[in-house]
Design a binder for this molecule. Structure first.
Ligand code: F6R
Length: 586
């Protein structure tokens, strides 16, 4: 949710930190701050807004010093204010910290620290860490011991970096990501490789329950008892160096446009794992599939796909609902967990519940070093490169591509997959963007959009509605075609727009009938189909393709429509308000 970063070296820390924070801004973007140490003093600058805005106002990148820490925030405890922004200094000002995660026992720890005479200026749970470290450092005068004594007290999940006035940098990881970038003469600590990828592609992915110490003797990694541990340096995949907008106005548009290529990469080099997955599914007592947001919509598509083509029953469960349904996971079953980031707290909790029932975990993720992959017996890589735009776009079609591959294995090739054909069809839709841009102008003033799809097109309708909500802030709802007459028809009038997902397949006629019923109530109809009809006020044409493959292409025009509507409404499509990518809190 938040991003944290630290720099230890002989370069100028502040500009490096600010650049890294800009690249990790997708993790949280309501406020930002940087602290550096120079001339034996720690100086903190922070403010509310995006990195570029706060940097312009506060000159974050002009802070002197070759050691520093930085943070972008997605508020959990405390409002969005400059005081609540990180870094948080300890009372003495001799330690400053940045934190990602939630300290669950912060009230209890705060009480204890207040009794010890510490005071607090922010409403955050994070400020506890700064003062607890200060207390422990006062008692031990030893950075390592003070980290050990601090993490022993903390409950919750966190990654933090602490800068000490004596010039040491220390960090700890517990169920939140933390990676070390190893430079030539310097070190980077970061929530994501994007924080340092421009400087180095040598990285150490810190294991859970480990801490890092950096001083003029070099780097030490220990467990929470202080015992040194050895961790391997790995090369960061080159594709992660690619997180630039290039000539595109926004990451979101770039990522939508990358899909003719990314769907060809999905699941590549994981053919053996796909075969194994299909074997596991065939022999499992029960199969569940889980995810949040867009990843859950992909899971829903899988239910229809596997049921229709492979005659396999799988049960989709929204990850955040699984804790309320613990009995639903049968012993020795399989849970397929889908997550772009591999870090969503809800997905990780669902996995941990399933593990308690001895379920085997198979994951579909984009980040192979993520917590989810770590928890899985088998991993299928989406391989779609970094997705920076907060709204998931290319990751959705990559997830679908993998689910199609699994289904095809299960039905011995019955899908006769040709992703090249899908890729060409997506390219054609992307070329048609000017028509979609025209429709977006009309949606500017609309306050309700309904999206209708029947059968396998229903999960595409829910995904489409999610894109509309996130990018345009227009109320949008996905409706299963057949449900219209059971209630939603009451909402239809001339103020409403309805998007009809209606490829020319076995659902076509029924869906067109629903469209006519809506039209008769005065609503405007946008038809997404390879076949035109006079029921549509606007027709967005999609190419004709093999029946089973329509879901992979019909989402593209709605991604574009959501994006261009956001532009018309002058909202920032890359960073929708109140949201963040990688939702690592419950
Ligand atoms: C939607 C979106 C979110 C994510 C959800 C799960 O556009 O971005 O709904 O899909 O937070 O994220 P991952 O897939 O990283 O677990």
């Amino acid at each position: 949710m938040c991003s944290i970063i630290g720099y230890y070296g002989d370069g100028s820390a502040a500009p490096i930190l600010v650049k890294g924070l800009k690249r990790m801004e997708y993790r949280g973007y309501d406020s930002v701050g940087v602290a550096t140490k120079s001339n034996g003093k720690i100086e903190v600058r922070k403010g509310v807004g995006k990195v570029a805005e706060v940097n312009d106002a506060e000159n974050l990148d002009k802070l002197p010093g070759s050691i520093g820490i930085g943070h972008t925030r997605w508020a959990t405890h405390g409002k969005v204010t400059a005081i609540n922004a990180h870094p948080h200094p300890s009372n003495s000002g001799k330690i400053a910290i940045v934190h990602n995660g939630v300290i669950e026992n912060f009230n209890e720890l705060k009480e204890e620290l207040l009794k010890d005479g510490f005071t607090f200026v922010s409403e955050t749970d994070s400020e506890i860490i700064a003062n607890l470290l200060q207390k422990n450092y006062n008692e031990t005068s030893d950075v390592k011991k003070s980290i050990i004594n601090t993490v022993t007290k903390l409950k919750g999940h966190y990654a933090f970096v602490a800068m000490f006035e004596n010039g040491q940098l220390a960090a700890a990881r517990f169920h939140e990501p933390l990676i070390i970038g190893i430079g030539k003469d310097d070190y980077f600590l970061s929530s994501d490789v994007l924080g340092f990828i421009e400087k180095t592609d040598d990285a150490i992915y810190i294991d859970n329950g480990n801490m890092i110490l950096l001083d003029n003797t070099g780097l030490e990694i220990c467990d929470f008892q202080g015992t040194p541990v050895k961790q391997q340096i790995t090369k960061v995949s080159k594709e992660f160096a690619d997180a630039y907008k290039g000539d595109y106005a926004h990451f979101t548009l770039k990522e939508i446009s990358e899909q003719p290529g990314t769907i060809l990469n999905a699941g590549k080099k994981t053919e053996a794992a796909i075969e194994q997955t299909s074997d596991f599914i065939k022999h499992a007592k029960a199969v569940y599939i889980t995810g949040s947001g867009t990843s859950y919509n992909a899971a829903l598509v899988a239910k229809y796909l596997m049921s229709k083509y492979a005659k396999v029953k799988i049960e989709p469960i929204i990850s955040s609902e699984l804790p309320s349904l613990p009995e639903s996971i049968e012993e020795n079953s399989i849970l397929i967990a889908i997550s772009q980031s591999g870090e969503s707290a809800d997905v990780l909790e669902a996995v941990s519940i399933a593990k308690k029932a001895n379920a085997k975990i198979l994951s579909i993720a984009n980040h192979k070093n993520s917590a989810l992959v770590h928890e899985s017996s088998l991993y299928l890589g989406m391989n779609c490169g970094p997705e920076v735009g907060v709204a998931a776009t290319k990751s959705f079609t990559s997830q679908l591509a993998i689910l199609y591959k699994i289904t095809d294995k299960l039905c011995d090739g019955c899908l006769d997959l040709s992703f090249e054909e899908v890729s060409t069809s997506i390219s054609k839709i992307l070329e048609n963007h000017s028509k979609i841009q025209g429709i977006a102008k009309e949606l500017k003033e609309v306050s309700d959009i309904y999206i209708l799809g029947r059968g396998i097109h229903y999960p595409i309708a829910t995904e489409a509605a999610l894109k509309m909500k996130e990018l345009t802030y227009i109320h949008a709802e996905g409706i299963p075609g057949g449900e219209l007459k059971h209630g939603p028809l009451a909402l239809m009038d001339s103020n409403v727009y309805v998007i009809i997902i209606n490829p020319n397949d076995s659902t076509y006629t029924d869906t067109l009938t629903s469209a006519s019923e809506i039209k008769a109530r005065g609503a405007k109809i946008i038809g997404i189909s390879d076949k035109n009809s006079d029921v549509y006020d606007h027709w967005i044409e999609i190419p004709t393709i093999k029946e089973s493959m329509y879901p992979m292409i019909e989402i593209i025009p709605i991604q574009l429509l959501s994006y261009y509507s956001a532009i018309e409404k002058d909202t920032d499509p890359d960073y929708p308000r109140n949201l963040a990518k990688s939702v690592t809190v419950k």
